[in-house]
Design a protein. Structure first.
Ligand SMILES: [Zn+2]
Length: 271
């Protein structure tokens, strides 16, 4: 009798385990605002912890800008855009997700780096090299909006999840992600390339870029900036000569012409 009960309990346990594992593996959820269904299997808390370590490493090798007016501009735009993000989260019902983010904006002094990026958890790094292209608050809001969008859409997590699913068998994956911070670190490094190439993000997919552009424009509008500023920003970005450090903002996916045309179309139809 005891034996039989134990077997029954074991089967129930196995069933629960399989359901839980499957749920964890598919990790299916929807991107806020766009509603696109995606699979994110990486543990966000662990990603935030790896981000923290990598961010500290990056900062130990970088120089924070001492330009008071440039820093004031970043703080001003950041404040407006974070407030807009919180307000949109209420509109679209993802405030609970947002509670997890600790927004932090850093301006790094490097005139040759035409770049900005966001780490999981909400650390946004802007390089001084992109400021001449931003030109003003609205131009900077294009950059900040785009980066906040990558963060709240969990694009980094989705990319790592895709890589993990390809690299590891599905059963091994669950076990590995549960136990190995090293594995998370290595996946993280593969996407963000911090430490080795110092803040150079591998280009996002065209899908992620287009999605970040659209969410970014919606955030800008909510924050009171004119989304049309994005057209000028990407035109200036496109016009700037090559030879500088390739980075997420110089990514060729989507091509500048396509991106600008897509942004114009979005603005025409009210985003
Ligand atoms: Zn991007």
């Amino acid at each position: 009798m005891i034996m039989k009960n134990n077997t029954a309990i074991s089967w129930v346990f196995l069933g629960v385990l399989l359901v839980a594992t499957w749920g964890g593996l598919t990790g299916c959820s929807a991107v806020p605002i766009t509603g696109r269904s995606r699979s994110v299997v990486m543990d966000e808390a662990r990603l935030a912890s790896v981000s923290e370590t990598e961010y500290k490493k990056l900062m130990s090798q970088s120089k924070e800008s001492q330009d008071a007016s440039a820093n004031a501009m970043v703080s001003r735009v950041a404040k407006q855009m974070v407030a807009a993000t919180e307000s949109l989260a209420k509109d679209y019902g993802f405030s609970q997700d947002l509670a997890f983010y600790k927004w932090r904006f850093t301006l790094i002094e490097d005139p040759k780096m035409v770049n900005a990026f966001c780490l999981p958890g909400g650390k946004i790094v802007v390089y001084t090299g992109i400021l001449p292209i931003a030109q003003d608050d609205a131009g900077l809001a294009v950059i900040v909006g785009h980066e906040i969008a990558h963060a709240i859409a969990k694009h980094g997590n989705e990319r790592m999840s895709q890589t993990a699913l390809v690299n590891l068998g599905s059963i091994i994956l669950d076990k590995t992600l549960e136990t190995s911070t090293e594995e998370t670190k290595s996946l993280f490094g593969g996407i963000y390339g911090l430490g080795t190439t110092l803040g150079v993000l591998l280009p996002y997919s065209r899908l992620h870029e287009t999605e970040a552009d659209r969410i970014g424009l919606i955030l800008m509008k909510k924050a009171g900036y004119d989304p049309k500023a994005a057209i000028g920003f990407w035109q200036r970005m496109s016009a700037q000569s090559g030879g500088k450090t390739p980075a997420e903002f110089l990514s060729t996916h989507p091509s500048d012409a396509t991106r600008i045309a897509d942004i114009k179309a979005l603005i025409d139809k009210g985003l």
